[in-house]
Design a protein around this ligand. Structure first.
Ligand SMILES: NC(=O)c1ccc[n+]([C@@H]2O[C@H](COP(=O)([O-])OP(=O)(O)OC[C@H]3O[C@@H](n4cnc5c(N)ncnc54)[C@H](OP(=O)(O)O)[C@@H]3O)[C@@H](O)[C@H]2O)c1
Length: 215
C-alpha cells in the first residue's frame, strides 16, 4: 500500500515510518515543521509538510497518489480541551473528508481503549475521550473503508510481538508503541479488517493470530 501517515513525527508515527517499508508499504510522512521534513528527506524517507489546521482542500491535494491514510496525530496531554477538539476531533474529521475526496481505499485510525464505551471514560480525560469517540463514530459513518485500533496506555518498551485484541477489553493495561505500529502494518490494506474496530493491549498471542481471531 501507499499510506500517508498523519502524525508521522509522533512516537507511534516514528515507529510506523520504520516498520511500514519492512512490511512492503511505501509510506509518506506528513509532518508539520521544515526541520522534521528535512531530516526525513536526508534519511531518504518521502515526506510532505502539512498540518491538520490546513484546509480540507489542501489535505486532499496531499493525499493524491496515496491509497491509504493512517491517523496517529494528537494534540497531546499538555494542551487544553480546545486543541483536543480541533486536532483529535475536527482534524480527524477533516482527514476523513479529504480521504473521501482523494478516493482513499483504507483509513486506519489510532483511537484509545474504551473510546466506544462512555462508562469506561477516565474522568480526568473526558474531553479527550469525547474527541476520540466522535471521531471514530464519524469514521464509521463516512463510507470509507476503516479499521479503528484502540490501544491502551502507550509505552516505549521494545516490541514484544504479543498482543491481546478484542472488541472490548475491560481491564487496565499498556502496550508498546512498536507493537501498535506492527498491528497497523498487519491490517493495512487487508480487506478482512475493513469495518473492524478493536481494543488492543500487550498480551500472549502473536499479532497475526490475535488479529485473525476477531474475524
Ligand atoms: N498516550 C497514550 O497512552 C495513548 C493511549 C491510547 C491512544 N493514544 C493515541 O495514540 C496516538 C499517537 O500517540 P503518540 O504517543 O505517538 O503521540 P505523540 O507522540 O504526541 O504524536 C502525536 C503527533 O501528532 C502531531 N500533531 C499534533 N498536532 C498536529 C496538527 N495540527 N497537524 C498534524 N499533526 C499534528 C504531532 O506533531 P509534532 O511532532 O509536530 O508536534 C505529533 O507528531 C494519538 O492519537 C493518541 O491520542 C495515546
Amino acid at each position: 500500500m501507499r499510506p500517508l501517515v498523519i502524525g508521522a513525527n509522533g512516537q507511534i508515527g516514528r515507529q510506523l515510518i520504520s516498520q511500514l517499508p519492512l512490511s512492503g508499504h511505501h509510506c509518506t510522512a506528513m509532518v508539520r515543521s521544515n526541520d522534521q521534513f528535512q531530516q526525513l528527506e536526508e534519511r531518504g524517507i518521502a515526506a510532505v509538510r502539512a498540518s491538520l489546521s490546513d484546509s480540507v482542500e489542501h489535505l486532499t491535494k496531499i493525499m493524491q497518489g496515496h491509497d491509504s491514510v493512517i491517523f496517529t496525530a494528537g494534540s497531546g496531554a499538555k494542551t487544553g480541551a480546545d486543541q483536543t477538539l480541533l486536532i483529535d476531533l475536527d482534524g480527524a474529521v477533516k482527514a476523513m473528508e479529504a480521504s473521501t475526496q482523494a478516493g482513499i481505499e483504507h483509513f486506519v485510525m489510532v483511537s484509545a481503549i474504551g473510546a466506544h464505551r462512555r462508562e469506561r471514560w477516565n474522568e480526568a480525560l473526558k474531553a479527550y475521550y469525547v474527541a476520540k469517540h466522535y471521531a471514530d463514530k464519524e469514521l464509521i459513518r463516512s463510507g470509507l473503508n476503516y479499521t479503528i485500533v484502540r490501544p491502551g496506555r502507550l509505552s516505549n518498551e521494545p516490541a514484544s510481538g504479543k498482543v491481546l485484541v478484542a472488541s472490548d477489553i475491560c481491564q487496565e493495561g499498556s502496550i508498546a508503541r512498536a507493537d501498535v505500529a506492527a498491528v497497523i502494518c498487519t491490517v493495512l490494506g487487508d480487506k478482512r479488517f475493513y469495518a473492524h474496530s478493536f481494543d488492543l493491549l500487550a498480551g500472549r498471542d502473536n499479532i497475526q493470530q490475535a488479529l485473525e481471531a476477531i474475524l
